[in-house]
Design a protein around this ligand. Structure first.
Ligand SMILES: [Zn+2]
Ligand SMILES: [Zn+2]
Length: 91
């Protein structure tokens, strides 16, 4: 599963480096992983052969819906709280 990707830094075609499990505990500073569960998370890594920039993509769908424990409404993982009853999701 590889895609054609241009380096945002220098425009060179990026190469698929591989799949890697990341420990999210080490990546809390990244906005992109906010709201994800703890534990290893599979990522696809692309690298620029020219400037060595790395790009990371989730190997799993990002918009996995959460189910509200109170009203059972489904809403995207990226939401801070349930859009229906405003219950905050406890991790
Ligand atoms: Zn580059
Ligand atoms: Zn709810």
């Amino acid at each position: 599963m590889s895609k054609s990707l241009r380096c945002p830094h220098c425009g060179t075609e990026m190469l698929f480096v591989g799949k890697k499990d990341f420990q999210l505990g080490d990546m809390r500073t990244f906005d992109m992983v906010r709201g994800f569960p703890d534990g290893p998370f599979p990522m696809e890594v692309y690298g620029c052969p020219s400037c060595r920039k790395l790009e990371f993509f989730s190997a799993e769908p990002i918009c996995d819906d959460l189910e509200c424990p109170v009203c059972h409404a489904k809403y995207p993982r990226t939401a801070e709280r349930c859009p229906k009853c405003f219950t905050k999701w406890e991790k």
